[in-house]
Design a protein around this ligand. Structure first.
Ligand code: C2O
Ligand code: CU
Ligand code: CU
Length: 577
């Protein structure tokens, strides 16, 4: 791939307008520096085990396809299709006309077999985002299969009722395959949730929010110049469940919206256009204890929200729009300005735009009541953790060429001492900005700090890494990259990262460090009191999480769910042993 003739890149340079950005856009070899990090061994594809007796069995195919999204030419996509081999008839339900994979419904306790058949012209493997499964069943890139091969997953559903995601996870190609259409929702039910009698059937609606960019012949564009990878790729159209201009016709009653951010990088600030508060009943890991009302909710890539949407009392013909409201601080200020210029897009992340609309089409007389109590959540405290005084460090490093965790790019089985976790322990973890963090909302502060550059930023927080016994963190990015000439870039780069952990849900124990106008524009939209597997970390923020590592040994990934960042190497593994 050469850049010299790429019109986007030319425009990028024209609009960049600062010496700093020109410096890193012009660096030669940036692509090769980010591609092909580390070697990934190839294992023989797993076959069915004769001793496993599945309650449910599904054939899942990933393949190239074409669907009609915009008027005119069909769009080439990659998609999942599924057929039920055995088990309850409602296990697989298609979303007619969508490129999204069918919704998979499972019950807690079911023994599940999924036969993944790869019919793509490239390697892939499917990951069950949110599910608590053995390492071998988790869709680690190690298990990627080539075209024509099949991988058999067998596991028991241990999750509580929740909405989870299935999507590809091959080495260095996750973002592109997801972008091309490979993703679907998994809805898990259990007896605790079933007792609540929440809206079901046509009244339970999955809402998968994605953004895409189309070229003149309706094909997905996935531009791969440096800026798109550093900041993440942002489309210029919002799709819901794979449809443009999504509108839902509803009855005047309560609906349950199972909302998922399936974008690769875009963060949403969801709010009703008439300022009705958003009633949240669940997060990534299922129901909250009690419903909460929010003026708006933040939803980063990989996160889910369970929303109680009450249209009772609304008259036939009335409309309500869910919008993404304006916010700032999630991208470096300069990138926020550039997005519009680069893509000519009105959808700059953080601007105000519609996501989907709801139209009341018919009047009904009864509607369920919002339960006061939803589910019981065992709340972990420091005393439940194996390491109350010594959190497992998750250091975010931001640099012009690299987005890293714990100072190192992803490499298979490259486990730091701090990334070794005893099985069946509960760990306190701390996510912080290890290099160039401390986002500055006001520009003068940015300049003041700018002189310190990457190295300064790294050393400032380096001591923290050392205390946590992760020596490599302190000398990670700075020395490796020799960023001497790029003083201040760390500060300019600081952005929000949705950090995701495989294996098992966690709880958010404490959030601190957020400040400034940007932070003020998002902070009331976090739902932090439920089970989570992905958490948005804003610039300057420091988060303490408590996470159990139960049942399964092996390598479990954690990474930024800005999938462009993930593929750049902003991913590590815990070795649970
Ligand atoms: Cu949803 Cu490792 O990812
Ligand atoms: Cu995951
Ligand atoms: Cu990131």
């Amino acid at each position: 791939m050469t850049n010299t003739t790429n019109p986007h890149r030319r425009r990028f340079i024209k609009t960049a307008g600062t010496a700093g950005l020109l410096a890193w856009s012009g660096l030669p070899g940036w692509l090769s520096a980010m591609e092909g990090m580390g070697h990934m061994p190839k294992l023989p594809a797993r076959r069915a085990s004769p001793n496993f007796r599945p309650d449910v069995e599904v054939d899942l195919i990933c393949k190239p396809s074409a669907v009609s999204i915009l008027p005119g030419q069909a769009t080439r996509v990659m998609r999942y299709t599924a057929t039920l081999v055995r088990g309850p008839a409602d296990t697989v339900s298609e979303i007619p006309g969508s490129y999204l994979g069918p919704i998979l419904r499972f019950q807690k306790g079911q023994k599940i077999r999924i036969n993944l058949h790869n019919q793509l012209n490239e390697a892939s493997i499917t990951h069950w985002h949110g599910l608590h499964v053995p390492a071998e069943m988790d869709g680690h890139p190690l298990y990627a299969i080539d075209k024509g091969e099949s991988f058999v997953y067998e596991f028991e559903m241990l999750n509580r009722a929740s909405m989870n995601i299935y999507h590809p996870h091959p080495h260095n190609a996750t973002a592109r395959q997801v972008y091309m259409g490979l993703a679907g929702a998994i809805l898990v039910n259990d007896s605790e949730e079933a007792k609540l009698d929440l809206p079901a059937g046509e009244y339970e609606v999955p809402i998968v929010i994605q953004d895409r960019m189309f070229d003149v012949s309706n094909q997905f564009q996935y531009v791969r110049h440096m800026h798109d990878r550093m900041m993440g790729f942002y489309g210029d159209r919002i799709l819901v469940n794979g449809f443009a201009n999504f509108r839902l016709d509803v009855a005047s009653r309560v609906y349950r919206f199972r909302i998922m951010n399936g974008s690769t990088a875009r963060i949403y600030k969801l709010a009703w256009d008439d300022n009705t508060p958003v009633t949240v009943i669940g997060t990534d890991g299922g129901l909250l204890e009690h419903p909460v009302e929010k003026p708006y909710v933040m939803l980063a890539p990989g996160e889910r929200l369970d929303v109680w949407a009450d249209f009772s009392g609304r008259s036939v013909g009335s409309q309500l729009v869910m919008r993404s409201r304006s916010f700032s601080g999630a991208l470096p200020r300069m990138a926020e300005h550039m997005m519009g210029g680069m893509h000519g897009s009105p959808l700059t992340m953080g601007s105000d735009y519609p996501i989907f609309s709801v139209k009341v089409g018919r009047q009904v007389s009864d509607s369920p009541k919002l339960p006061k109590f939803l589910s019981s959540i065992r709340r972990y405290g420091l005393n439940d953790t194996a390491n109350p005084g010594k959190p497992v460090p998750i250091g975010i490093s931001e640099g012009p060429m690299r987005m890293l965790l714990n100072g190192r790019p992803y490499a298979y089985n490259d486990v730091l001492p701090s990334e070794r976790i005893p099985v069946d322990s509960v760990q306190l973890m701390e996510i912080f900005h290890a290099h160039g963090g401390g986002h500055q909302a006001d520009e003068s502060a940015g300049h003041r700090m700018g002189g310190m550059g990457m190295m300064g930023g790294g050393m400032r927080h380096g001591g923290m890494g050392m205390r946590h016994g992760s020596e490599q963190q302190a000398n990670g990015t700075g020395s490796r990259m020799g960023m001497g000439g790029m003083g201040g870039m760390g500060m300019m780069m600081s952005m929000a990262h949705p950090i995701h952990f495989h294996g098992q849900y966690f709880q958010i124990f404490e959030r601190s460090g957020g400040s400034g106008a940007g932070y003020a524009s998002v902070k009331d939209g976090f739902v932090d009191n439920g089970w989570k597997d992905t958490v948005l970390v804003m610039p300057g923020e420091r988060l303490k999480l408590i996470k159990p590592f139960e049942d399964f040994k092996g390598l479990f990934m954690f990474h930024c769910h800005n999938l462009e960042h993930e593929d750049m190497g902003m991913m590590r593994e815990f070795s649970v042993e």
